[in-house]
Design a protein around this ligand. Structure first.
Ligand code: AMP
Ligand code: MG
Length: 337
């Protein structure tokens, strides 16, 4: 199969809609990361997403809608708080989990009796959903395990020959996947941190962060969000989080780079020199750049990537959560040596 890249104007949108209506898979831009989309209500189409990605079948997909009107048929009930959050944060990077209705195929929900739903902010994505007239299941458009794609080129690098079409909407604005929440004992329970932060959600009720966000699940432990248990987001290089900042981070990386080939260091606001690459001084910029830099490290044949530990408040929690999985939870403490 040849993979076409089309821009997100009217012609590209029509092409995507035509394919999706036939039950095919197409990659679309969103404000978080690129999505690999198919009709969420068509089990065969959704199965092809899993095939293209090589994603484990027990990892459910997020269902994307274009208007609040599309929500009620997908779910059994909508708690009041969900309406309030939708009003404030939709269209945007917030995914909410509901009891699923009968029209959601098991393959979409990974066999769970719940369904994850969000309304993307990206105009092209909403336009495509609206023209299709059905919701789109759309996980990140990377091969399973690889860093999520934040440009059409990243999608092409992973999906060339596996899907017919990629719609190019430029660089993703947020750069990490949506915040995923469920409602548990009257609380807003964060399963995956993202662009809508715990601080922002706390205006609407008590917020708790699932322990799997920052802790490694024990083998065979049942996790609330199946995606949490997999090694994820990783480049081919070995990634380590380094809990040191400023001069201490620079010195630690420089010392190692004298003895190791293929070492790359991502520092917050470092001068781009030698092995150093800058991943930004705010959490928002770090989120936007992180996956692109991990992919760049691969292109440079890096063997090891050392990343300065991000702050963990605001969007920083999402950056730290993705890094922990890219690093298989390995954190280095230079000060303790
Ligand atoms: P992705 O599609 O790659 O953005 O990943 C979707 C994330 O949402 C994964 O971590 C899933 O495990 C999680 N998710 C999707 N649906 C559900 C659900 N019904 N219950 C819990 N987690 C879900
Ligand atoms: Mg993903």
């Amino acid at each position: 199969m040849t993979t076409e890249i089309a821009d997100c104007g009217a012609a590209g949108v029509s092409k995507a809609v035509e394919l999706l209506k036939k039950g095919a898979v197409a990659a679309i831009p969103t404000e978080t990361v690129y999505g690999l989309a198919a009709n969420a209500l068509n089990a065969n189409a959704v199965r092809d997403i899993f095939k293209a990605k090589g994603r484990p079948q027990d990892n459910p997909l997020i269902v994307h809608i274009a208007s609040i009107k599309m929500l009620p048929p997908l779910v059994k009930e909508i708690p009041d708080i969900a309406y309030k959050l939708a009003e404030r944060f939709w269209a945007g990077p917030l995914t909410m989990i509901f009891k699923k209705s009968e029209i959601i195929p098991d393959v979409t929900s990974g066999g769970l009796d719940t369904v994850a739903v969000r309304m993307p902010e990206c105009t092209a994505a909403r336009e495509i959903i609206k023209k299709c007239g059905f919701p789109l299941a759309a996980p990140s458009a990377n091969l399973s395990g690889r860093p999520s794609p934040t440009t059409a080129k990243h999608v092409f690098d992973d999906m060339n020959g596996r899907i017919p079409l990629i719609i190019d909407g430029g660089e993703c604005k947020v750069g990490v996947e949506s915040t995923v929440i469920c409602f548990k004992e009257q609380k807003i329970h964060i399963l995956r941190p993202g662009g809508i932060t715990a601080e922002m959600l706390s205006e609407f009720g008590e917020v708790e962060v699932d322990k799997a966000v920052t802790a490694e699940p024990a083998k065979n432990e049942r996790v609330l969000s199946p995606g949490m248990k997999y090694k994820h987001y990783s480049p081919k290089a070995d990634v380590f989080i380094v809990n040191a900042h400023g001069k201490q981070f620079l010195e630690y990386c420089l010392k190692r780079s004298r003895f190791e080939n293929g070492l790359i260091a991502l520092g917050a606001g470092v001068a781009e020199d030698g092995c150093f690459m800058d991943y930004g001084t705010t959490s928002e910029i770090q989120a936007q750049r992180l996956f692109a830099l991990l992919r760049k490290a691969d292109e440079m044949n890096a063997k090891t990537v050392l990343v300065e530990k991000p702050t963990t408040d605001g969007v920083g929690l999402a950056v730290y959560n993705r890094l922990l999985r890219a690093a298989a939870f390995r954190e280095i403490e230079p000060a303790r040596k």
